[in-house]
Design a protein around this ligand. Structure first.
Ligand code: ZN
Length: 483
């Protein structure tokens, strides 16, 4: 009887401890939630010429990087997929916003490319799928790559924007926030969500990064951050939910109006589009060419040095820091322009006032980075780092084992509250729940022990009584009924 009780008590005491996830060091690990937000094209210094009270408050209560360095090519789908996989673009293979087929000449624009599974499912698993495989509940709203299926698996909770979606509507932004915070994190208890906003990119392209329109849009972003944090507080999630806000690239002003000599490939002496099988130009400051068989050297020599602001590389000779040379999808000749210039084929076709896609060392290409929540330190400004490292940070916060990636937690871990120093106290709300469980278990064990001792006492007493009665049966018979 006693040994059975002891075993039950031991199980009850140990059960909550063994069920809790643990970190690599064996300490107790409490998994907080994580929201990754991207405001497309939010340059690192967009808060310098506009009042941004909500972003400022978030920086005081969390972490701010001076800036971050995106992967090259500094355009939307490739750099977002680096955030999701921790791989440089030459390794994850989403090399452009556009899908293309060099044999059929077919091209698909950004939105249509979202639905080409084989373009995204190319050997690197995004964090959504990895987290789901490890038992976490995951969602994504409008984030590039959300629509695709990876090794037969999709993000289980997702919303893909309709075609021709208005990415600028502030009312829609609030609906999306209500959905993510209220429904997904609060009601459905998701662990990780990625959330995408298509601004201030669109306004930066149309009016330029120095325009009052862009400043106004940054204020809309700031109000949205305020609304988001208010909703998180409203639903009682402040102590459980970490939030990372960043972007895919920056924006720079395009130089035009006779101020500069534009780059127009067809006007370059010795270059002829007849020598090209397939090309991807007229898409901002970068381009790729597939010369006809035997024409590579001729095309390369014609373009190399032809314009002082045009960089021309054979794919395998691309500068190492760009990590944009190894993938088979990259075409044999890669072009990119200096800041302010775009690459035109036959004549200028795009008239954006702002552009991105330049070398990731150009300061105007750097996005912002902010983070706040129970796992982040407060009022801390950290030195710049590459966005390829964000993946390892997210996996660490979520307590999941990462896939093979190109980043490292060492680049970002200084912004985290040390798990070792905090342990379960990392989250006061979860800590109190933990204490309640331990308390109830201890009480149950104590009551079981009391029951065992009492029962043993009564059994012994009954035996003693029977022994006494056998001796004094004639005298005590009338008392038996009381037992
Ligand atoms: Zn973008």
């Amino acid at each position: 009887m006693m040994s059975l009780c002891f075993a039950v008590c031991a199980f009850l005491i140990l059960a909550p401890c063994t069920a809790a996830p643990r970190d690599a060091a064996g300490g107790a690990f409490i998994r907080n939630k994580l929201l990754l937000i991207s405001f497309d094209g939010f340059r690192w210094d967009y808060d310098r010429d506009v009042d941004t009270p909500n972003l400022d408050k978030m920086a005081q209560e969390g972490v701010k990087a001076r800036y971050v360095t995106p992967a090259f090519l500094t355009i939307t789908s490739p750099t977002h997929f680096t955030l999701l996989t921790g791989r440089y673009i030459e390794n994850h293979g989403v090399i452009h916003n556009m899908w293309f087929n060099t044999s059929t000449q077919e091209k698909k624009q950004y939105y249509s490319t979202q639905f080409v599974d084989s373009y995204w499912d190319n050997g690197s698993l995004p964090i959504w799928i990895t987290a789901q495989r490890q038992g976490l509940k995951v969602g994504s709203l409008h984030f590039p790559g959300t629509a695709a299926t990876y090794r037969g698996e999709t993000v289980k909770v997702k919303e893909v924007e309709p075609q021709f979606y208005d990415y600028s509507n502030e009312t829609d932004w609030r609906w999306n926030i209500d959905k993510v915070i209220g429904e997904w994190f609060h009601d459905q208890d998701l662990d990780f969500v990625s959330l995408y906003f298509g601004e201030p990119d669109k306004t930066g392209h149309k009016y330029g990064p120095d325009s009052p329109e862009r400043q106004k849009m940054v204020q809309q972003v700031d109000r949205t951050v305020g609304y988001m944090r208010e909703r998180i507080h409203h639903f009682g999630l402040s102590d459980q939910l970490n939030m990372i806000i960043t972007a895919d690239h920056g924006m720079t002003t395009v130089l035009r109006g006779g101020l500069v000599e534009e780059i127009i490939l067809s006007k370059i002496p010795g270059f002829n589009f007849k020598d090209i099988t397939f090309h991807l130009v007229d898409y901002g400051p970068s381009g790729m060419l597939l010369p006809k068989e035997g024409q590579l050297e001729k095309v390369y020599q014609a373009l190399k040095g032809a314009h002082p602001h045009l960089h021309v590389y054979k794919k395998e000779e691309m500068p190492a820091h760009l990590h944009y040379s190894r993938h088979p999808r990259l075409l044999p000749i890669i072009l990119f322009a200096d800041p302010g210039y775009v690459i035109n084929g036959f004549l200028p076709l795009q008239f954006h006032k702002g552009e991105h896609g330049f070398d990731n060392q150009v300061m105007d290409m750097k996005p912002f980075f902010r983070a706040v929540g129970p796992d982040f330190r407060k009022d801390l400004e950290v030195e710049p780092f590459e966005t390829v490292h964000v993946y390892a940070l997210m996996c660490h916060i979520l307590g999941i084992k990462p896939e093979v990636h190109d980043g490292h937690l060492n680049s970002t871990k200084n912004m985290l509250i040390s798990k070792e120093s905090t342990g379960e106290t990392n989250n006061p709300q979860k800590m109190s729940l933990y204490q309640v469980v331990i308390g109830l278990t201890t009480l149950t064990a104590f009551l079981a022990l009391v029951f065992a001792v009492t029962a043993t006492y009564h059994v012994s007493k009954r035996k003693a009584s029977r022994s006494y009665k056998s001796k004094h049966a004639a005298v005590e018979d009338h008392r038996d009924t009381r037992f």
